[in-house]
Design a protein around this ligand. Structure first.
Ligand code: BTN
Length: 255
């Protein structure tokens, strides 16, 4: 159903397809644990029955309508202190893919991708650390492609936004090529500042005010910057000053 591709540097040369599985991230983690894999190997399924999302949530996708897969990477060249760069590169790769179809495509901190203001993709990155390096990383990606009906009003798909029906295998390859370009970029330290800048300028809330909740208070603000560790710094509009937040410390509210 999903073929490997050979015209990338690292990602997708080996593809493991499972018609059904609990979570591709869990299967990929087992492969990493067993120790025998090539970097860039992918686990993909058409029917993920126990998909995991960020913050312990569930990722639900209609069977056979979307892309649900995990990529195994070994970014040993990245110091632990730079691990957010991996998140940034992955989000930018997915945004570049979505941008082929929808002009308004943005990254929503930390690494959701949205089109026309709605979430089209979620990413769950699970890193293993050895010493000061990231020894392996399982990058779980769920992109809504052909699904047209969603329980959540703020979810969408590429197909819904464009009114088109896509061949999943073709979209899988296009997405892998975009991911590969951004991952290859990470290999060169000279690109790191550009990736950080590119991430910031494509971020939801950058140069545009947004509403969010922090410690039970509602704020309006714009994104000021993202620290090297991946913390988000918001410039507050309602009061003077900035607010630095980490994962799980902020809830985006709809504007
Ligand atoms: C989120 O936005 O909460 C992250 C969702 C990540 C979902 C993907 S689907 C493929 C991979 N396997 C999982 O169990 N989760 C990720």
């Amino acid at each position: 159903m999903y073929n490997s591709i050979q015209d990338t540097l690292i990602i997708g040369k080996k593809v493991i397809y499972l018609p059904t599985c609990h979570s591709t991230n869990d299967i990929a983690a087992e492969i990493v644990h067993a120790g025998l894999f090539d970097e860039g190997t992918i686990v993909i399924t058409d029917n993920q029955v126990k998909g995991r999302g960020q913050r312990g949530t569930e990722w639900v996708a209609n069977p056979g309508e979307n892309l649900t897969f995990s990529v195994i990477l070994t970014p040993g060249f990245l110091p632990v202190g730079d691990q957010f760069l991996l998140s940034q590169a992955v989000a930018l790769g997915i945004r570049a893919y979505a941008g082929k179809y929808v002009d308004d495509s943005k990254v929503k901190w930390p690494n959701d991708v949205q089109v026309n203001g709605k979430k089209v993709c979620g990413v769950l990155i699970e890193n293993s650390i050895q010493g000061n390096k990231i020894s392996s990383s399982v990058i779980g990606i769920g992109v809504n492609i052909n699904q047209k009906v969603f329980a959540n009003a703020y979810a969408t798909s590429i197909g819904k936004e464009t009114g088109r029906q896509f061949v999943l295998g073709d979209e899988f390859h296009k997405l892998l090529r975009c991911l590969d370009v951004f991952y290859a970029d990470l290999l060169s330290k000279a690109s790191h500042d550009r990736i950080r800048k590119d991430y910031l300028t494509n971020l939801y809330g950058y140069n545009h005010s947004v509403w969010f909740k922090h410690q039970n208070r509602v704020f309006e603000g714009t994104v000021s910057h993202v620290t090297q560790q991946g913390k988000l710094v918001m410039q507050l509009l309602s009061e003077n000053g900035t607010l630095e937040v980490g994962l799980k410390e902020i809830e985006w509210l709809k504007d």
